[in-house]
Structure formats: C-alpha cells, structure tokens
Design a protein around this ligand. Structure first.
Ligand SMILES: [Zn+2]
Length: 237
C-alpha cells in the first residue's frame, strides 16, 4: 500500500512538473494539495452558504412563484467584474474544460457535508444548443455535472431535454435578448421516462433564473417530477 502511494505521488509530481495546474482565479501555479483554486482564492471565494438552508435562501426565493422547487444552492456570489468572473470565463472560453469538472467535484464535496444531495435521483445539465456546443467544444454545465456525479455517485441523465437551435438570423449583438428569450427552447424527449424522479438541474451561473425555469418547466411535464437546482455562481438581480 505504501509503495503504491509513493508511486502515485511520484507520477503526480512528474505530471505536475510537465503540466502544472494553475489557479482558476489568480492564475498562480497550484501546489500538489490544491485543487482548482489556490488556498488564498479558495479562502476569499464569496461563498453563499446556500447549502446550509437549501429550501429557503435568496436563490431558492428567485424561483418561488415561477416553478416548484425542492432545494437550490450556488457555491459563490458571482459578480461580472469580480475576480470570480475570470473563473467562469476560463470555464467557458479558455479551453480549460477540466475546470468545470473540478469545480463540480469541489462544490459537491462541500454540499454533500450538508446533506444537499439526499433524495436526488439524477443530474440534468442545462443543455446548450448543438451550434453553441460545437463552437465551444463542450458544455460547461455538463462538465460541472460530471464532477458532481464523480463525487456523489448520482448519475447524469443526459439527453433527457434537448435545446432547440436559435434562429440563425439572430446575431451576437442580440445575445442578451436571446438568452432571456428561453421560454420554449427546451424539449423533453418523449422516449425518456423520468416520472417520479427528483432531478438536480445544473447550470454554471444563475442570474435571472429564466434558463433554469424554462428547463425545469419542460422536465415537470413528466408526472411527479421534483426539481432542485445547483449552480456555481449566483448573481442577485
Ligand atoms: Zn488563486
């Protein structure tokens, strides 16, 4: 056992020399015992504390009166101009697709201590359109979901809902409007039986909650589906 540990450690060290990992916020090289964030950035991350009271917090309240939810929690408060914005930028656009998985694992470990995942049957990453996924190479919500699944053993129920492509005539300058206009973009696949399940909808950032609401409403077309929500960041509007 000891020799195996030593060997893993040796390979880890070698890998770290060849391919050092950088902090997702400040870019500083990470130590071998640091994951995703350096100790300083981890300490200063503006955690929401939502997972301690997942049925009654500011993110849960953002959904009240719009969809029926069981629990909702984000790891940190997200401000577009803050340091954590870099983390999300890296997650989406910098080709650091492993950030999402590692952030998902970290979030899941923290939330699991609070019993957040009790009773949840499956994870639904909010899908991107095929076009957007092709452009980006991956779906960041799916990567976060993978990390959560690794840490908790809860399966990802992929391809339960699909996201319809936008009208090709819409351009980037209309992106904001386009994001808000999500009411009917999700479609539950008729061949998938999710009735009676408690599903965790996962997205990277929740701001207005419109995307999560639209996705959840489509899932709730199936009988007796309960919804909880997890995101990395939450922006209070
Ligand atoms: Zn850092």
């Amino acid at each position: 056992m000891t020799s195996q540990k030593t060997r893993i450690s040796f390979w880890q060290r070698l890998f770290d020399m060849v391919c050092p990992k950088a902090c997702g916020v400040c870019g500083r090289r990470l130590g071998l015992n640091e994951e995703v964030l350096c100790g300083t950035c981890n300490l200063h991350l503006a955690r929401t504390g939502h997972a301690s009271h997942p049925t009654d917090n500011e993110m849960a309240k953002a959904f009240w009166g719009r969809i029926s939810i069981e629990k909702a929690a984000a790891l940190f408060h997200y401000q577009p101009q803050s340091q954590t914005a870099r983390l999300i930028y890296n997650l989406k656009y910098h080709g650091h697709e492993d950030f999402g998985e590692r952030m998902g694992e970290m979030t899941a470990r923290e939330f699991d201590e609070k019993g957040f995942f009790e009773g949840i049957d499956g994870i639904i990453p909010v899908p991107l359109t095929k076009g957007r996924q092709r452009e980006r190479g991956y779906n960041q919500s799916e990567r976060i979901a993978r990390g959560i699944s690794h840490a908790t053993g809860i399966p990802i129920l992929d391809c339960i809902v699909v996201r319809k492509n936008f009208d090709g005539s819409q351009t980037d300058k209309h992106r904001w409007q386009r994001n808000e206009n999500v009411e009917n973009v999700f479609q539950l696949r008729p061949d998938q039986d999710i009735s009676g399940k408690h599903l965790l909808v996962v997205d990277d950032i929740v701001t207005s909650g419109a995307t999560v609401c639209a996705c959840a409403k489509e899932l709730q077309r199936a009988e007796d589906v309960r919804i909880s929500v997890l995101s990395l960041g939450f922006t209070k509007t």
